[in-house]
Design a protein around this ligand. Structure first.
Ligand SMILES: NC(=O)C1=CN([C@@H]2O[C@H](COP(=O)(O)OP(=O)(O)OC[C@H]3O[C@@H](n4cnc5c(N)ncnc54)[C@H](OP(=O)(O)O)[C@@H]3O)[C@@H](O)[C@H]2O)C=CC1
Ligand SMILES: O=C([O-])CC(=O)C(=O)O
Length: 443
């Protein structure tokens, strides 16, 4: 039976319930026949017949939760998400891992529109990892979030087991093991960076508190919303029970952009570029490190002998890539940002290739490079694939790098002073200098 023939309940939208949170629970890998048999009217139970469907060749068929021979349905649900199953039965099979909960804020935004479908497809956590998506929006976006949930529903992703949408981070972050924080107010024309820091800082302070209260104690947090380094700092300072090491600010897009520019100049495909560090802030003071990067295993400076280009053209092209893209596209990078979020997470859940590293904005306490402690600063990291990372220690820093790293460090220190009221470090003092520094997308 074709999907279109199946009747989606047309009662009052369950999304518009008085509760700000909707729980959608499902198993999406049902055969068409199975879907037809089990799609019930809203708020009912349906007589069960023996249920079978193929998940993968090695997996057992899912088993519907039953009560007195009836298939239990959820009270508030939408179409295919009405079905509830005994996930445990499947988790105990050899081929499926335990379900993980992933929160995404700004879930109705541009970046999420790419990211959520990658997460649900298994591209990020693997083909044997069922996931639950917890989508955080606001009153502004709740209708759009329904649309997102419907598109997820229509995508029939086998690994996507639950979708929750909500506007209260205390509820949406319940038991999450990963939190990808994308939602943030964009800087509008004429808005001071200090104002942006304050508005977005409030969002990340609230979300830090909610993570502290509700999330899994070892939750990994990736902050994407700008200014992402300082937002990540605010978030971690408001979540004292979560290890500071678990917080990341996304600088992987910058790393990817830098690799692309070096590959172009050297005339090689970009997979030949490795050991690419982005130092510092996700802003125009960031430092793409061509001193330690390699092309085909050789130092970049041996392959690209135009050192003036490396110091000026290359560096600036990476710092300002986001702005150039906005000029062309009329909006900031969304698809490539989503790809870089995938890369950033995969770098934490798979072992880093021998001799290589990746960049992430991480907490500076105990760093071996002499960067001031108490900041979130992009540095070279390596992971064993367990979700954790170690800083790479044997990276050479010459005078050129030192000077530029210091500039990005000074910028982050100024941002930190500006948000002291949000980090519990006293009264804010906001002096961002004569030149108001820029997000990559603002040039
Ligand atoms: N680190 C990086 O490499 C990159 C970071 N970014 C940053 O990611 C963030 C999201 O980008 P993108 O998805 O393209 O943006 P969108 O504008 O498409 O979505 C952003 C979401 O932020 C939420 N938001 C939270 N607070 C506010 C507010 N006060 N006013 C308006 N919206 C708000 C909105 O969702 P809701 O109403 O549900 O809260 C909105 O859907 C931005 O901060 C952007 O600068 C972008 C590219 C690269
Ligand atoms: O400034 C923005 O919103 C976009 C951005 O971060 C980037 O493209 O790197």
């Amino acid at each position: 039976m074709a999907m279109a023939e199946l009747s989606t309940p047309k009662t009052t939208s369950p999304f518009l319930n008085s509760s700000s949170r909707l729980r959608l629970s499902s198993k999406l890998h049902l055969s068409n026949h199975f879907r037809h048999l089990l799609l019930p009217p809203l708020n009912t139970t349906t007589p069960n017949s023996k249920i079978s469907c193929s998940v993968s060749q090695n997996s057992q068929a899912p088993v519907a939760v039953q009560e007195n021979g009836l298939v239990k349905t959820k009270k508030e649900c939408y179409g295919v998400f009405c079905l509830t199953y005994d996930l445990k039965a499947e988790e105990e099979t050899r081929t499926w891992k335990k379900l993980i909960n992933i929160a995404v804020s700004g879930a109705a935004g541009m970046i999420s529109n790419h990211l959520l479908f990658k997460l649900a497809s298994g591209e990020v956590f693997g083909p044997d990892q069922p996931i639950a998506l917890k989508l955080l929006g606001s009153e502004r976006s709740i209708q759009a979030l329904e649309g997102v949930a419907m598109e997820l529903e229509d995508s029939l992703f086998p690994l996507l087991r639950e979708v929750d949408i909500g506007t209260d981070p205390n509820e949406v972050f319940q038991d999450v093991e990963w939190a990808i924080l994308i939602g943030a107010k964009p800087r509008g024309p004429g808005m001071e960076r200090a104002d942006l820091l304050d508005i977005n800082g409030q969002i990340f302070a609230e979300q830090g508190k909610a993570l502290n209260k509700a999330a899994s104690p070892n939750v990994k947090v990736l902050v994407v919303g700008n200014p992402c380094n300082t937002n990540a700092l605010i978030c971690l300072k408001n979540a004292p029970n979560i290890p500071a090491k678990n917080f990341h600010a996304l600088t992987r897009l910058d790393e990817n952009r830098a690799k692309c520019q070096l590959a172009l100049k050297a005339g090689v495909f970009y997979d030949k570029v490795s050991n690419m560090t982005i130092w510092g802030n996700h802003s125009t003071t960031q430092v793409p490190d061509f001193l330690n990067a390699r092309i085909n295993g050789l130092p970049v400076k041996e392959v690209i002998t135009d050192h003036k280009w490396l110091e000026e053209g290359f560096t600036e092209s990476v710092q300002k890539r986001g702005g150039l893209l906005i000029q062309k596209w009329g909006r900031s990078s969304a698809a490539s940002t989503a790809v870089s979020i995938v890369d950033a997470i995969k770098s934490l859940v798979t072992p880093t290739p021998e001799g290589d590293w990746f960049s992430s904005g991480v907490y500076t306490d105990g760093n071996p490079y002499g960067i001031e402690e108490g900041l979130v600063f992009s540095m070279p990291c390596r992971s064993k694939g367990d979700g954790d990372y170690e800083l790479v220690k044997d990276v050479e820093i010459d005078d050129y790098l030192r000077k530029r790293i210091a500039k990005s460090e000074a910028e982050l220190l100024a941002e930190k002073r500006c948000v002291a009221h949000l980090t519990g470090e006293g009264i804010a003092y906001c002096d961002l200098g004569p030149v108001d520094t820029m997000l990559p997308g603002e040039v």
